[in-house]
Design a protein around this ligand. Structure first.
Ligand code: FE2
Length: 154
C-alpha cells in the first residue's frame, strides 16, 4: 500500500470512530444509571482511544490527522441514536447495534488490507474492540439486561 492509501484508510476509520463517539454521547445523554449505560460508557472510551491511536499512526507517517467533525452520516447516526435512546434502553441498544455492525464490518474490511505490521496491529486491536462491543450489545438485547437493573431497584 502507498502511504496515501494507508492514510486514506486510517482517515476513514477515524471518521467512523468519531461518529461512534457522538452516537454513544447521544445514547448516554438519554439514558440514566445502570449496567447498560455503564458498559456503553466504556465502549465510548474505546472509540476515543481509537481516535487517539489512529491519529498517532498518521503523525508517525508525518501526516496531519484531519480535523474531524461528525459528517452528515455521523450527525444522522448520532441524532437517530439519541432519539431512539429517549424511548428507552432497548431502543438505545438496537440503535447502537446497527452502529456497531457498521464499525465491526468496516474494521474487518480494513484488517484484510496489506498494512505494514505496526499499522496492522492498531487496526487489529480496534477490530477486536468492535467485535467485543457488538457481541456484548447482542447479548444485552438477548438477555434484556436492563430489566435486571429494574429488578434491583435501580
Ligand atoms: Fe464499537
Amino acid at each position: 500500500m502507498t502511504n496515501q492509501e494507508i492514510a486514506e484508510a486510517l482517515e476513514e476509520l477515524l471518521q467512523l470512530d468519531t461518529d461512534a463517539v457522538l452516537a454513544y454521547d447521544r445514547a448516554l445523554g438519554a439514558l440514566g444509571e445502570g449496567t447498560v449505560p455503564h458498559q456503553l460508557a466504556t465502549f465510548k472510551l474505546d472509540h476515543q482511544r481509537h481516535v487517539v491511536e489512529l491519529s498517532q499512526v498518521l503523525l508517525r507517517m508525518n501526516r496531519e490527522p484531519p480535523e474531524l467533525k461528525p459528517d452528515v452520516k455521523g450527525t444522522l447516526l448520532g441524532g437517530m441514536t439519541g432519539l431512539r435512546a429517549r424511548l428507552g434502553t432497548q431502543q438505545a441498544l438496537e440503535a447502537m447495534r446497527s452502529n456497531e455492525q457498521l464499525t465491526t464490518s468496516t474494521y474487518a474490511r480494513a484488517l484484510a488490507r496489506p498494512f505494514p505490521p505496526d499499522v496492522l496491529e492498531v487496526v487489529r486491536r480496534g477490530s477486536a474492540d468492535e467485535q467485543r462491543h457488538l457481541a456484548w450489545i447482542e447479548r444485552a438485547l438477548d438477555e434484556r439486561l436492563w430489566e435486571l437493573d429494574r429488578g434491583a431497584g435501580i
